[in-house]
Design a protein around this ligand. Structure first.
Ligand code: AMP
Length: 422
């Protein structure tokens, strides 16, 4: 008996764990595609595997993801490849490779797909997990940051996620980051011995990572760390305040979180995270921010950008605790063997003319077994058709909730009328 690899999930109809119900995932993807589309985002699809160097360069060697969590392997030509741990680097690679920076720099792209990180699996944290994310290239204004967060707020509302906290912060422009890095190092150097081993070794190269470390010893050192706000340039402060004002104007509540940094090195300027108290330890639903240097760093023309990634498992965990979403056929048709073709034709007509979800039982067997399958399908209506029904052009539709059966003429309009009336 084979089992799925540890930390990797099967998403199936009727899955044992409610958050892995495929209908719920379909619902999430559907709502996200609709909301993102309403803001002008178009779908981008890039490979799951990229050259290792793309991630090392793009995400930063000192990040946990690159240094500890990547699934890296040599292919048959001895090239070092990596299963993508996130999608921004790949999307930026595609943007640069296909010349968008020159021919049409302003692009709003979204994606959904699996990401891979060798983290310790636990509730809400997996080794293969899915993200819905988006990248907005070519605009550097506070309005582009604000629109991104307003859109995400809409997405949370439309998904009916309940209470979500929006935390925002600014890492500032390059000038501010140099100043903050120096202030942070001044604070950290005398306390280096109190930090975890990994923070001690990366402190000099990338002190910001210490703010993101989950180890209790580092967390306690960082409680008194300098606030990035004190190092921000006037331009960075003005930008941040404008984002806050735009969010307030749009009725999107947010709080400034002075210690918020993101786990990847490419972020610049405004960053944000949406979290919930309903998920336990893994409380972040999504994260994102500006990354104004990445396009250039990966070989494109200097292009500002802002983006985010939402964790689908976390959305599914939240939603499965609040609602039950399943995909049920509108009608389950059970044909006797001699009228299978007629039944299929009727089902086809119902799908084509009325867009109904009609499942035809083609597995056969005893009527009792077929009725059991109809029940398991979750269908609200069932109709059994034999030669007599086809000959007389009338059947009986059973309402599975009330148990009542009512006669109906076997014409699409009549069937739809009865199903929707119920
Ligand atoms: P990140 O790419 O680390 O900024 O993460 C963005 C979002 O992806 C997080 O807020 C989570 O919702 C989700 N996420 C990140 N890592 C994992 C993981 N290992 N398992 C499940 N979801 C994850």
């Amino acid at each position: 008996m084979y089992k799925a690899v540890k930390g990797m999930n099967d998403v199936l109809p009727g899955a044992g764990e409610a958050f892995l119900e495929s209908a719920l995932w379909e619902h999430i993807e559907h709502v996200a595609a609709r909301v993102l589309g309403q803001y002008g985002y178009r779908r981008a699809q890039v490979p799951i595997v990229e050259e290792t160097q793309l991630f090392a360069r793009g995400l930063g060697d000192a990040t946990d993801i690159v240094s500890k969590e990547m699934y890296t392997f040599s292919d048959r030509g001895d090239r070092s490849l990596t299963l993508r741990p996130e999608c921004t680097a790949g999307v930026v690679r595609a943007y640069v490779e296909h010349g968008y920076g020159h021919k049409a720099p302003v692009q709003r792209w979204w994606y959904m797909g699996p990401m891979f990180r060798a983290e310790r699996p636990q509730k809400g944290r997996y080794r293969q997990f899915y993200q819905i994310g988006a990248e907005f290239f070519g605009v550097a204004t506070p309005a582009s940051d604000a629109e991104t967060m307003i859109m995400l707020h809409r997405l949370c509302t439309e998904l009916e996620l309940g209470d979500v906290t929006i935390k925002i912060n600014s890492l500032g422009d390059p000038e501010s980051r140099v100043a903050y890095r120096a202030a942070l190092l001044d604070y950290l150097r005398p306390k280096a011995k109190q930090l975890c081993e990994s923070c001690q070794s990366r402190m000099e190269t990338n002190p910001l990572r210490t703010l993101d470390c989950k180890r209790p010893e580092c967390k306690s050192v960082m409680t008194l760390a300098p606030d990035v706000a004190d190092s921000l340039s006037l331009a960075a402060i003005t930008h941040f305040k404008e984002v806050e004002a735009l969010l307030a104007g749009a009725g999107v509540p947010c709080v400034r979180e002075p210690r918020l940094v993101r786990g990847l090195d490419y972020y610049t300027g405004v960053i944000f995270e949406f979290s919930t108290s309903a998920l336990g330890a893994q409380d972040a639903i999504l994260g994102g921010g500006r990354y104004d240097s990445l396009v250039e760093e990966l070989g494109g023309p200097s292009t500002p950008a802002v983006g985010f990634a939402v964790g689908v498992e976390r959305l599914a965990l939240l939603l499965s605790a609040r609602t039950k979403i399943s995909s049920r056929p509108d009608l389950y048709l059970i044909p006797f063997p001699e009228v299978v073709a007629e039944c299929m034709a009727l089902a086809e007509d119902l799908r084509r003319t009325h867009g109904l979800r009609v499942e035809v039982d083609l597995a056969g067997g005893k009527l009792k077994t077929q009725m059991k399958r109809a029940d398991q399908s979750g269908a609200l209506h069932v109709m059994v058709l034999g030669a007599d029904e086809i000959a007389s052009n009338t059947g009986k539709i059973k309402d599975m909730r009330s148990g009542e059966s009512l006669p109906v003429v076997l014409i699409s309009d009549e069937i739809v009328c009865m199903i929707t009336k119920a």
